[in-house]
Ligand binder design. Structure first.
Ligand code: SF4
Length: 235
């Protein structure tokens, strides 16, 4: 069986990408994502990738984590929209790290889980992969994992296994853009609610709750990971 180094961007994408390559290749995961910020988010995604690699019985190698290097790559492109020039550089950077590691580690080929996402252009990703394969004299496995309901399958498996599904791509710029989208949506909802209430002549009333009269634990919010594990009862 050929040895494949599979670049892993996150556990949800890892689900289907490993499922679709494991029968033909001896797969090793490679978590290389210096773009992810803040640091806590990076380790949250890494933890789930490790957890899943264990379930999938594959080895997972963690690349260095140097957000400064990604920021240098993205310099001057901070305001680019998602899927713009900054993302092209980011993808090229992560695939280059994978190609280098494949060559050094004696792998026959490399690939990436990035093509699971419906937000990413598989054609572009595969073109970059082929160019790097030529540069490093190594094989690249072109994929489009989102096809044949690949993305849907990744969502199903992630839910089943209680995996963390992030709501922004990963870098500080995508997080800022996501917060801006959330803010605009909240403003639209508020504006719509006040328009509806002025049409019906009713005003929205929020009932205040006295904490002293609430049952014990009513205001306790468990950390994400704990609540997720508790709900799914999987870990
Ligand atoms: S939005 Fe995603 S792909 Fe684009 S630069 Fe940020 S982390 Fe990389």
């Amino acid at each position: 069986m050929k040895k494949l180094l599979l670049h892993i961007c996150c556990a949800p994408d890892q689900t289907v990408a490993v499922e679709r390559t494991i029968d033909e290749y001896d797969v090793t995961g490679f978590f290389s994502n210096s773009c992810i910020e803040p640091r806590g988010e990076y380790f949250k995604r890494l933890d789930d990738a490790k957890y899943l690699a264990n379930l999938q019985s594959i080895e997972l190698i963690e690349d260095e984590y140097f957000p400064e290097k990604f920021l240098a790559v993205a310099k001057g492109l901070e305001k680019e929209p998602e899927n713009g020039k900054r993302c092209l550089k980011c993808i090229e950077y992560r695939l280059r790290r994978t190609a280098e590691a494949s060559k050094k580690g004696g792998f026959a080929a490399f690939a990436t889980t990035l093509t699971v996402s419906p937000h990413k252009d598989a054609e572009h990703i595969n073109r970059v992969g082929e160019e790097l394969a030529w540069e490093f004299d190594i094989e690249y496995l072109p994929t489009d994992f989102k096809k044949k309901d690949g993305f849907k399958r990744s969502v199903e498996l992630s839910n089943k296994l209680g995996l963390y599904r992030q709501d922004y791509c990963g870098c500080r710029f995508s997080l800022k853009q996501k917060k801006e989208r959330d803010r605009q949506r909240a403003e639209e909802i508020t504006a719509k609610a006040s328009e509806e209430s002025s049409q019906t002549g009713q005003s929205l009333k929020l009932k205040a709750v006295d904490p002293a009269s609430a049952p014990p634990g009513a205001f306790y919010k468990p950390p994400d990971s704990v609540s997720r594990r508790f709900k799914k009862g999987k870990r």
